[in-house]
Write a protein that binds this ligand. Structure first.
Ligand code: MLC
Ligand code: AMP
Length: 495
């Protein structure tokens, strides 16, 4: 029995999801996800952990498919709407997905795979009402694989169980006092924990309503706010930055209307990247809310949060959430003395099970005594954690997306006109970090616009470098290794 789904029976006539201008009840979610599950079973009794990938826009159908996969005993693998085919193929091959469910707008993208693999492709439009029974799925089973970038070139699949997910959800629903009368606006992509766990799953756990926009746009967000239904909002700092800029351009009467509306919200959260204090302060002027900043990761959901009640300290991420143990450790994985900086390490039932099919990488990311090593460096500052940076320059956070510099470098090096390269994150007010690529050319006539077009077939837009420097050589240290800090400095000084 999956608790999240079982609980929905208590909220049957309430609105679970709003998308495409329509409202859908918990009852509809239960019956349609059952039909999806039975269709996926295709006559079998249990999918027994088969990986079912799905590529559909955020909305009611997404939730039905996710729950349908879980109810039939499968592992859900949500795909990113903005990924080009090679990124999708990588995930399908890595997970050895048995099935892909897709909606019609993705048919032409996926078509080249239809007759070249054993994968069963199911158009989501064909999910009609189905009779049959579903297996009893235990909470210890694996539920979800989300892909995350790390200090290895290719993204890794993070496997969480139903138990992990339930712990991640309840840490937030209790700490942030979710209620069945809440109504959250979800504008984030649904292949990452921020959109999937913090908003969609917390809302459904609580009997609340999760509303989706088909695509993020500042105007659509404010228009939706002004309908007087939404009372909870969560986003990455880039989105707050964009909302502030849009608001500042509006006539005063519109500004007043929006600000009035925002004052009635119950909760506004920022996370997935550091929230600049200037953004926190400007949003407070606009909305009257001090954004609640929290810290999390694909591998563990949320771990540290500023308080719902009590002081939210600007520039800080707060305290350990209920049920999560946190320590700061040095490079030998020994806990540091109070007041010293160290790597954030985490223990708790929220922490993921494994990297899919990567036992060595899984083992390497835990200390011998079972603490998960986040790679983030922090200090405990008067009772509130403050992030100082990351222990690898190869991890970039741009627009809330975690991006591996090494993955981009590997692809750039396959370009016939590029001899070598170094990719770094450059500090940026709007995006947190912009991706910068320094290139050593094999042929002098490289056209950057053509290079960007070439990259767009291989990488999603959010992983595409925005700034380029052409160099004769890359800075190297005495060991002959590229010094990324020098490259970063070069970008900063030539900005
Ligand atoms: C897009 N653009 C960028 C860019 N991405 N420019 C610089 N850097 C980037 N990274 C440019 C495009 O080229 C385009 O420019 C313009 O911005 C709009 O592009 P878009 O793709 O339409 O962007 P938009 O839809 O506006 O998306 C912005 C965003 C998106 C912030 C909504 O990046 C997003 O959804 N981020 C959230 C990711 C997320 O959910 N992370 C959570 C991971 S979980 P032009 O010139 O063509 O207009 C996690 C754990 C935790 O981190 O703690 O939560
Ligand atoms: P992801 O792998 O996409 O789940 O990204 C997780 C990473 O996002 C963390 O390891 C942090 O580096 C970063 N992150 C999340 N929340 C915050 C925050 N509030 N402040 C700074 N960094 C954050």
């Amino acid at each position: 029995m999956i608790t999240l789904i079982d609980r929905a029976s208590a909220f049957k006539e309430r609105i679970a999801i709003k998308s495409n201008g329509q409202s859908y009840t918990y009852s509809q979610l239960l019956s349609e996800s059952k039909s999806v599950g039975i269709k996926l079973l295709n006559g079998d009794k249990d999918l027994n952990g088969a990986r079912i990938a799905f590529l559909v826009p955020a909305g009611f159908q997404y939730a039905c498919i996710q729950w349908g996969i879980w109810r039939s005993g499968g592992i859900a693998v949500p795909l990113c709407e903005k990924h080009p085919l090679p990124s999708i193929t990588y995930i399908l091959e890595d997970t050895k997905a048995s099935t892909v469910v897709f909606s019609k707008e993705f048919e032409s993208l996926l078509k080249p795979l239809f007759n070249t693999t054993d994968i069963r492709f199911i158009p989501s439009e064909t999910f009609d009402e189905q009779e049959g029974s579903l297996p009893d799925v235990q909470m210890v089973r694996s539920a979800l694989i989300l892909y995350t970038s790390g200090t290895t070139g290719s993204p890794k699949g993070v496997v969480t169980t139903h138990n992990n997910i339930e712990t991640q959800i309840t840490a937030l629903t209790t700490s942030w006092e979710w209620d069945k009368d809440d109504h959250v606006l979800n504008v984030l992509p649904l292949h990452h924990v921020h959109g999937i766990i913090n908003m969609l799953s917390c809302a459904l756990w609580s009997g609340a309503c999760c509303e989706f926009l088909s695509k993020f746009s500042t105007k659509a967000v404010f228009d939706t706010f002004c309908k007087n239904e939404v009372n909870v909002f969560m986003a990455v700092p880039t989105i707050y930055f964009k909302l502030i800029n849009y608001y500042n351009e509006l006539p005063e009467s519109d500004q007043q209307k929006i600000s009035e509306q925002l004052k009635s919200f119950r909760l506004m959260v920022s996370g997935s990247a550091a929230l600049p204090v200037s953004v926190l302060e400007q949003w407070k002027e606009i909305s009257g809310h001090t954004l609640l900043e929290r810290y999390g990761m694909t591998e563990m959901g949320m771990a540290i949060s500023n308080p719902y009640h009590g002081e939210r300290k600007p520039g800080h991420i707060g305290q350990a959430l209920h049920g999560v143990s946190i320590r700061l450790a040095d490079e030998n994985d020994t806990e540091v003395a109070e007041g010293m900086q160290g790597e954030i390490q985490i223990k708790g039932a929220n922490v993921f099970k494994e990297y899919w099919n990567k036992p060595k990488e899984t083992a390497n990311t835990f200390t011998p005594d079972g603490w998960f090593k986040s790679g983030d460096i922090a200090v405990l500052d008067y009772g509130s954690y403050k992030i100082l940076g990351r222990n690898s320059i190869d991890i970039i956070k741009s627009g809330g997306y975690k991006i591996s510099a090494l993955e981009i470098e590997e692809i750039l090096r396959t370009h016939p006109k590029i001899k070598d390269c170094g990719v770094v994150g450059i500090p940026d007010d709007e995006w947190g970090e912009l991706i910068g690529a320094s290139l050593i050319l094999a042929s002098k006539d490289l056209d950057i616009e053509k290079l960007k077009a070439w990259l767009s077939d291989k990488l999603p837009g959010y992983k595409t470098p925005r700034k380029y420097i052409i160099q004769d050589d890359l800075p190297r240290n005495v060991m002959g290794k590229v010094t990324k800090n020098d490259i970063k400095q070069l970008f900063i000084t030539t900005k």
